[in-house]
Design a protein around this ligand. Structure first.
Ligand code: NCD
Length: 319
């Protein structure tokens, strides 16, 4: 089954294939979209807030000719509040939809959902764990904007500990050669050891660079992130991390003309608004790339066979 749970599941060929497929989807979008998923239903089950991820998944399904059912605050407005387990919710929703997009506050939730689901689960983020589809659209952004996904210096900036988009992006970049990662993080939010070790084991040069200016001078991509306030156990640690690294016009002047600034968004002060007008500010274009990439992912998953007995039979007979 074509679940999308971890960015680690995509090898180099799968990633290159997905980039090409997303590029085809982008062309199709320019022509008004496709009708390949006519009659198919996507359920968006979001236990954590989201703007971009949910709406771009929904837009992607609609642009494929499919339809969408959605709960945007499943933590309060689904039966989770009555004590229903995630597994039971998934078993139920899998009878209503052909694919489920799930965002949840617990690490490992998407994998748990996949174990009981008869339809593909696409993770839209599991706590501070991973955000695989964001990493795929981030890779697509790099490919389109920088022109290659190999031989890259990427400065990862901000909350590398709780920032799930960073973890998945590191896994994806690890599949390519000539990757150098400069980790520019407050001391309370370093890149987790397991993520760092994974990258190193795949031949990535991972360096700690506390000086954002120095990193920006050599980077092809400055990947800025929000300090994930909601995930800190200690308010004092959050205060220490917040506001330490800011992308502003001064930093842009240190960056090369052919480099870009990315951010998964939302931003909370770490990219100054007057950066937006610079052509190197790629973060709004990055949000738009979410649609063709998620169209490609939905197509890939909806080709998969459903597991187990059909929910609906073609016969109207009463058993
Ligand atoms: C991110 C997320 O939810 O992990 N947003 C997104 O999906 N684009 C980043 C964040 O919340 O800071």
């Amino acid at each position: 089954m074509r679940h999308v749970i971890s960015a680690k599941a995509f090898d180099r060929d799968a990633l290159l294939g997905l980039l090409a497929e997303a590029a085809r989807m982008q062309v199709a979008l320019g022509r008004g979209g496709l009708r390949t998923q006519d009659g198919k239903v996507m359920a968006a089950l979001f236990f954590e807030p989201s703007t971009r991820t949910r709406l771009s998944f929904e837009a992607a399904m609609l642009r494929l000719g499919g339809q969408v059912i959605s709960t945007e605050n499943a933590r309060e407005f689904s039966s989770a509040i009555k004590g229903e387990t995630l597994e039971d919710t998934i078993r139920v929703v899998a009878g209503y939809a052909d694919v489920i997009v799930l965002r949840h506050h617990e690490v490992g939730a998407a994998a748990r959902a996949a174990r009981v689901s008869r339809v593909p689960i696409l993770s839209a983020g599991d706590g501070a764990g991973e955000h695989p589809t964001q990493a795929l659209l981030d890779l697509y952004t790099v490919w389109r904007e920088v022109g290659r996904v190999e031989d890259l210096t990427v400065a990862l900036v901000g909350d590398l500990l709780y920032g799930r988009t960073v973890h998945s992006l590191v896994y994806v970049l690890s599949r390519f050669s000539g990757i150098r990662l400069l980790c520019v993080a407050p001391d309370v939010t370093p890149l987790p050891a397991d993520v760092r070790e994974y990258a190193a084991a795949h031949g990535v040069r991972v360096e700690v660079e506390p000086d954002l200016h120095k990193a920006a001078q050599v980077a092809d991509v400055v990947y800025q992130t929000r300090v994930q306030k909601e995930r800190f156990a200690s308010a004092a640690d959050y205060e220490r991390a917040r506001g330490q690294y800011i992308v502003d016009r001064g930093l842009l002047s240190a960056m090369r003309a052919d480099s870009i600034v990315m951010h998964p968004l939302p931003r909370a002060g770490e990219v100054a608004p007057d950066v937006d007008d610079d052509p190197r500010a790629a973060y709004f274009r990055q949000t738009h790339y979410g649609v063709p990439v998620r169209m490609a992912l939905l197509e890939r998953s909806l080709q998969a066979q459903v597991a187990g007995e059909p929910v609906w039979s073609e016969s109207a007979e009463v058993q």
